[in-house]
Design a protein around this ligand. Structure first.
Ligand SMILES: [Mn+2]
Length: 245
């Protein structure tokens, strides 16, 4: 495989990766989404990725849904959203009731159970995104990924548990290190775990962003990712406000 990153033919692209906002009608989750949107606007990123569990459950009230739509509308730049296990696209999904795409043409909600490739021509960026249909051990989030055109930056977005090989038949929506290492892409944006974690494997940069408001010992943050021609993904944590404030 030739290293196209050295060719200089790709533009510099900056995006925010977040996940697990778990909008539930209460203030902390709404604040989490607000902080993500503010950060995206102030950092002037090209794109935002929400890697699953935007909503906490299927019975979220109308006010919280309207507020979510308003925040997404305010983003004003492409946002890729996949369903997680809390808002998976099965029969009782919140996404049967709420069409996020009504927040604007810049909102890309990936509902296809097989995943979908979104091409952002102006950024020379191909995003393969696959959310959760049924959260069980038979569902393999990375199954079906095909390498995108090598003339594009390639980003993979999904939601699931990073597990060891022996656990992969026991845990729901398993992802193994070997699977990550085999992907041909420039960045993997993962959701499900609520803390920041670098799970890069081999030549594949892969990260959990953590939730933007649930604070573990590491604090709440989003991943600010820069795809740099010649060197590839650089990942910075942008810390969000102090949870006590
Ligand atoms: Mn989850």
């Amino acid at each position: 495989m030739t290293d196209r990153r050295g060719t200089g033919s790709l533009p510099l692209v900056r995006f925010i990766h977040t996940s697990d906002i778990h909008i539930d009608g209460h203030a902390p989750s709404a604040r989490g989404l607000h902080d993500v949107v503010e950060t995206a606007i102030s950092q002037e990123v090209d794109l935002v990725i929400i890697a699953g569990d935007l909503f906490d459950h299927a019975r979220v009230g109308t006010d919280a849904i309207d507020q979510t739509r308003e925040e997404l509308a305010r983003l004003g730049r492409p946002v890729v959203i996949i369903p997680g296990n809390h808002d998976s696209v099965g029969e009782y999904s919140i996404h049967r009731r709420v069409d996020l795409r009504t927040a604007g043409d810049h909102v890309f909600f990936v509902s296809s159970p097989q995943g979908e490739e979104l091409v952002f021509e102006h950024l020379r960026l191909a995003v393969w995104a696959r959310g959760i249909e049924n959260h069980d051990p038979s569902f393999r989030p990375l199954e079906g990924y095909r390498c995108a055109d090598s003339d594009f930056w390639r980003v993979v977005v999904t939601h699931g548990h990073l597990v060891s090989d022996w656990e992969s038949s026991l845990r729901s929506s398993p992802i193994t290190a070997a699977e990550l290492g085999r992907l041909c892409c420039d960045y993997v944006a993962l959701g499900h775990w609520h803390g920041f974690l670098d799970v890069s494997e081999g030549a594949t940069p892969a990260y959990y962003s953590g939730s933007p408001w649930e604070t573990g010992p590491l604090g709440a943050s989003v991943n600010l990712v820069t795809l740099e021609p010649g060197s590839g993904a650089r990942v910075e944590r942008v810390m969000l406000r102090d949870p006590a404030s």
